[in-house]
Ligand binder design. Structure first.
Ligand code: T3D
Length: 258
C-alpha cells in the first residue's frame, strides 16, 4: 500500500503531507499510524526544530475515512484511544513549534488536527467544518477542548451544533487561524516562518509551549511558580548564553536549539 503521508526534511524543518488526496486526505488507520510514527520520530530528533503539517491536493483533511463505517460494529472509544488521541497528545506536547498549513477543507478530526497545531496558516481556499453533527457524532480528537479555547464557548458550540463551514477570512476574524495568504503563497509563507522558528531557541520554545499549556488550567500562583521553574531550565541553556552574548556583541544570535 502506498504511504499515506509524505515526510520531507529541509534544514531544521520537517514537513508532513497527508497524502490521500482522492478522499481529501481522510484518515484511515494507516494514515493515523504513519502520522503518529512521524511525530514521534520528530520529537526524538534534535535536528528537527519545527514541523509543518499540510495536505496533498485540494483538501487539508476530511476527518475519519467514513467508508465501511455503516456497519456499527466498532468501538469508537477504543478507536479514538488507539489512533487520534495519541496523535493529538503528541502534537500538543512535542517541544518544537508545529504549524498547520491549511490548504483546503479541514473537517471533523481533520479540523481537530489543524487545531492541535501551535499555529495555523490558511490558504484563501481553506475552510473549517466541525462536521461531526452532520453524521450524528460528538466533536472529538481534541476539538471540544481546543476550539473552545481558541474561539470561546458560545462560538465553539455554534460551530459544533450547526456544522457550518467557516471560510478562511472568518477563521482569521475568529482567531481560529493566525494568517490567511493567497493559495499559491501558502507553502512559501509557511516554510519561511517554519525556517525562522527552526533557527530559534528550540529549547526555550519547547518550555514556552509547556508553560502556556499548563497555564490553560492552572491558577495564577501555580502558573507563576511553573514559569519560574522552567525559566531556571532555560536560564542554564546554551541558547540563553548565546542570546545574551549576541546582544552584548551587537550581532545576530546563532541558536543551536539546546
Ligand atoms: O474513531 C472514530 O472513527 C470516530 C472518529 C471520528 C472522527 C471524524 O472525523 S467524524 C467526521 C468524518 N468526516 C466527515 O464526516 C466529512 C465527510 N466529508 C464531507 O462532508 C465532504 O467531503 C467535505 C465537506 C469535507 C468536502 O466536500 P466537497 O464537496 O468539497 O468534496 P466531496 O465531493 O464530498 O469529496 C471528494 C471525495 O472525497 C469524494 O469521493 P468521490 O465521490 O470523488 O469518489 C468523497 O466521498 C471523498 N471523501 C470526502 N471525505 C471523506 C471521503 N471519503 C471517505 N471519508 C471521508 N471522510
Amino acid at each position: 500500500m502506498p504511504d499515506a503521508i509524505i515526510v520531507e526534511q529541509d534544514g531544521g524543518v520537517m514537513t508532513i503531507t497527508l497524502n490521500r488526496p482522492d478522499v481529501l486526505n481522510a484518515v484511515n488507520d494507516q494514515l493515523a499510524k504513519e502520522l503518529h510514527d512521524a511525530l514521534r520520530q520528530a520529537s526524538r530528533e534534535a535536528a528537527v526544530r519545527c514541523l509543518v503539517l499540510t495536505g496533498a491536493g485540494r483538501g487539508f483533511c476530511s476527518g475519519q475515512d467514513l467508508r465501511g463505517r455503516a456497519a456499527g460494529d466498532l468501538s469508537y472509544r477504543e478507536h479514538l484511544r488507539a489512533t487520534y488521541n495519541p496523535v493529538i497528545l503528541l502534537m500538543r506536547t512535542i517541544e518544537k513549534p508545529v504549524i498547520a498549513a491549511v490548504n483546503g477543507v479541514a473537517a471533523g478530526a481533520g479540523m481537530s488536527l489543524a487545531l492541535a497545531a501551535d499555529l495555523r496558516i490558511a490558504s484563501e481556499k481553506a475552510s473549517f467544518i466541525e462536521v461531526f453533527a452532520r453524521v450524528g457524532l460528538v466533536p472529538d480528537s481534541g476539538s471540544t477542548y481546543l476550539l473552545t479555547r481558541l474561539v470561546g464557548l458560545g462560538k465553539a458550540l455554534e460551530l459544533c451544533y450547526t456544522a457550518d463551514p467557516v471560510d478562511a477570512q472568518e477563521a482569521l476574524r475568529l482567531g481560529l487561524v493566525n494568517r490567511v495568504v493567497p493559495h499559491e503563497e501558502l507553502l512559501p509563507a509557511t516554510t519561511a516562518l517554519a525556517a525562522r522558528l527552526a533557527a530559534g531557541p528550540t529549547k526555550a520554545y519547547g518550555l514556552t509551549k509547556r508553560a502556556v499549556t499548563y497555564g490553560l488550567h492552572a491558577p495564577l500562583d501555580a502558573a507563576l511558580e511553573y514559569e519560574a521553574h522552567l525559566q531556571e531550565v532555560a536560564g542554564h541553556s546554551a541558547d540563553h548564553r548565546e542570546g545574551v552574548a549576541a546582544f552584548l556583541e551587537k550581532r545576530t544570535p546563532k541558536y543551536e536549539g539546546h
